[in-house]
Design a protein around this ligand. Sequence first.
Ligand SMILES: [Co+2]
Length: 465
Amino acid sequence: MAAKIPADEHKALDINASGNKISSSGGTTNATTEQSDGESDDEADKHANEVTATAGEGGAKKRKNKKKNKKKKRKGPTLQTDPPSVLISQLFPDNNYPRGEEVQYENENRYRITDEEKRHLDHINSDFLTDYRQAAETHRQVRQRAQKNIKPGQTLTEIATGIEDSVRRLVGHDGLSEGDGIIAGMGFPTGLNLDEIAAHYSPNAGCKSVLQQDNVMKVDIGVHVNGRIVDSAFTMAFNPTYDNLLAAVKDATNTGVREAGIDVRLGELGGLIQEAMESYECEINGTTDPIKPIAGLSGHTILPYSIHGSKRVPSVKTDDTTKMEEGDVFAIETFGSTGTGRVHNQGEVSHYALRRDAPKVNLHLSSAKSLLNTIKKNFSTIPFCQRYLDRLGQEKYLLGVRNPQSRVMYLKCLTTRQLNNLVKSGIVEDYPPLVDQKGSYTAQFEHTILLRPTVKEVISRGEDY
Ligand SMILES: [Co+2]
């Protein structure tokens, strides 16, 4: 889920100006590390190897090599069903979830791999890692099935609910009883953004949109376990015309993921992302368009139960000298566009989140109070959408109602009004859809990375992207 940079804050610089290379002290290479953590790693390897073929790319390759000679090694199949129904915690007993792609720090930070103190810090963080890896494996399994099954002709509503039902089933929390969604489930509303819509569109009740053969669809999925949110997105197109657009953005995001590391400066990282993105162009209906990074949308740190921390990863060079630091969790995401590369708010809002710094306001309407209470109890500060509220309500009011559909629409209007109240009071933040010029096409790829004390872990990496 993208962070929006206010227009007056993104001062893009000329990337050809001097000093656009990240100093060697912070850069990292793409080499995966040897796993060097002792017994618990071997246990994790064993389970990952026997149970599934969907582990993170780098990690999975390492494991395959290691166990090459074992008779028992079979390629897949996973024990997961289709549609998925087996809990991730059952597929990987004893919390031995697959690791993401682990990438060694380089140069001045190379010592971290074996440093006793850093290894100790890693060990005391094992709950954090376990929750993150469970969320990431859920993400991979759900999205890989989505990539296989999403087809033109399906409604955006059925695509979104299909993804969300799968996530909730695999983490074992349907989110319907009070507070259940705070334990594990959706990390934010499923973004299904078509063509010029870059971010923050999710169908509301009554949405009639149907996926078309020529659409370019960004699928942005958030999964959380105990508030540890994995934020990762990909783009689907059924027409090969857009291949270069997708390739550009995938390259830009992978550049950001590769060059990210402790001590790396955010503005310089943006320059490298920009360079990668702008080295592509895309021919659509006979005209060749340059591919522009969308400067107003950025990657971001992720905090517990909160999708947007305070640091931003721009996709263009800026003068932001803020450094990435040990312990940071970053969503590295880039957007490319055949349009202007600028986005504006447009269309019906679906995404909301309770503000962490929400002021104490005396709400006059009891309906607004009760909605705020529902939000606090079921989502805390995790972003949600109108459909997530609808499904909480439906459980109760569908029981005795003759015409459930009209009741749903009536309650939807009521909910929208109360949400607007909460937004105006500064308690809830709304995230309107962000849209480039009509007729343009935008693409997005995104990974979540953990800057662990010893190693960088690309937690959401999979064989797909
Ligand atoms: Co994001």
